[in-house]
Design a protein around this ligand. Structure first.
Ligand code: TYD
Ligand code: MG
Length: 457
């Protein structure tokens, strides 16, 4: 007889405790702990109902690595997935409600359905609503098999047969419901059980599984982190409502690079790919104003130019304001501290605002020098030359460090008509970035940067 053991699981963070409590010790959430009844998976004691013997194999043998990948023909999506979709893989697409996950997957499934059988299961919207969206996108004719369902058992029975589709979309995993788990849909145990069963089926039947997951207000996909471990690829769809464009970012990928991003624009006719993001991010730039600097960044394999704006203004507050949009605020504090203690530029009595124009979020430390240039430019009221791009990492002693892919950054800048580059002087791995048609100013210490911003220069 299998024994049932009760355990208590926090629905916010997934922590497991033996006793119920009003507050989760792990994440400090209130009223988040619920009881779960889990059946013992392994029989206790030796000799009782032994498991099956597993087979070991060598590292060499047949793999799926050389199988052709399934292309969605949406270039930005294919690239973020590492060059197309791998059969039997599970992808989690996370993002805020209303950001465009269903739109993206409707477009992707429509494109895929002309090549292979595709199933779209919506637990969130009725068939009518999904049809309406497809109609709006002009994709009503695509041979996608559509269903509105939430019961996991029904879905598994339907899909578990030899002529299973090649691509399955579950929109969203939080609405799925396994009737053998005693908790409401969307709770950690439900999300975990449903995802686990679906992923197992995907591996067995060899179809590509897309799971849509909502992001909670804390910024993690609900059913916290457990899902990220289970799937092969995690894609986040981000962007803010005020801006038209959306960034699809790979944060985990067993079949490709994880720093890849795809850029889309939300239009009346759905998501359009943005093939030249630099041009888009720089579209509204006004040249020759102080506090603005063009950063030559790299997102994944693709160079991307963005404008960094800074405003340094005298403050009336005892602790002046620091506000950062699109960059790490700790990193800005570090750049300010280095400017203060290594270069003698004290901005502690000023409010400092920093903004990455266009709504992009930058994570590379290579943006340090561009941020410093924007800050110094605003503080001194001397504009950074409008045809100059900047990149470089700043160390705590004020040294400017080399960064990866200098060539690619400068090439993109040349392509967009920039004439000057402000770059680190220390060559990386003995190799100086080829300047191409740009005239290069290389600096080794932040002090040299200040030299460029003397009023009247
Ligand atoms: P949706 O894909 O439903 O978001 P999610 O599945 O992530 O919750 O997209 C929602 C938003 O996109 C909605 O506010 C309307 C907008 N939208 C457009 O602007 N153009 C379009 O063609 C479509 C289909 C949606
Ligand atoms: Mg949706």
């Amino acid at each position: 007889m299998s024994k049932s053991a009760a355990r208590f699981v926090c629905q916010e963070c997934g922590a497991v405790t033996a006793k119920w409590a009003g507050k989760c010790e792990a994440c400090n959430a209130w009223n988040s702990i619920t009881e779960e009844v889990a059946r013992d998976a392994a029989p206790k004691g030796l000799g009782v109902k032994p498991g099956k013997r597993i087979e070991f194999v060598g590292l060499e043998g047949s793999t799926t690595a050389h199988l052709p990948r399934l292309m969605t023909k949406i270039g930005e999506l294919d690239r973020v997935c590492g060059g197309g979709l791998v059969a039997g893989s599970a992808l989690l697409v996370g993002g805020d409600p209303g950001i465009g996950k269903s739109t993206l997957l409707t477009q992707a499934t429509a494109a895929l359905s002309t090549q292979v059988p595709v199933v779209y299961i919506s637990g969130e919207e009725a068939v009518d609503q999904v049809r309406l969206r497809a109609h709006r996108l002009g994709l009503s004719k695509a041979p996608v098999q559509l269903a509105a369902a939430t019961n996991l058992r029904d879905i598994i029975s339907t899909l578990d047969n030899a002529d299973a589709p090649r691509v399955v979309v579950i929109d969203s995993i939080q609405t799925m419901f396994a009737d053998n788990v005693e908790s409401a849909p969307g709770t950690v145990s439900q999300v975990r059980t449903c995802a686990h069963e679906l992923i197992r089926l995907a591996k067995r039947r060899g179809f590509v599984l897309f799971l849509v997951g909502h992001v909670t207000k804390e910024g993690t996909i609900a059913g916290p982190r457990v899902l990220e471990h289970m799937v092969d690829t995690v894609l986040y769809f981000e962007g803010d409502r005020g801006h038209q464009f959306r960034i699809l970012r790979a944060v985990k990928n067993r079949f490709g690079a994880t720093d890849e991003i795809g850029v889309f624009e939300m239009t009346d006719a759905g998501l359009q790919e943005v093939l030249n993001p630099s041009a888009l991010f720089l579209a509204e730039r006004r040249g020759n104003v102080s506090g603005s600097c063009v950063y030559a960044g790299v997102e994944g394999t693709r160079p991307m130019l963005v404008e960094i704006q800074a405003l340094v203004a005298p403050s009336t507050l005892s602790s002046p304001r620091r506000a950062v949009v699109g960059w790490d605020s700790n990193r800005m504090s570090m750049v300010l501290a280095v400017l203060d203690s290594r270069c003698g530029l004290a901005l502690s009595g000023n409010d400092v605002y920093l903004n990455v124009a266009g709504g992009l979020r930058i994570t590379e430390p290579a943006a340090d020098l561009a941020v410093a240039a924007a800050l110094v430019s605003s503080a001194t009221d001397v504009p950074v030359p409008a045809d100059m791009v900047v990149f470089g990492e700043i160390g705590l002693s004020g040294e400017v460090r080399a960064v990866a892919q200098g060539d690619a950054r400068l090439k993109e800048a040349a392509k967009l008509g920039f004439a000057q580059g402000l770059v680190p002087s220390s060559p990386r791995k003995g190799k100086q970035a080829a300047s191409g048609p740009l005239s290069i100013r290389s600096i080794g210490h932040l002090q040299d940067l200040l030299g460029l911003f003397r009023p009247g220069q």
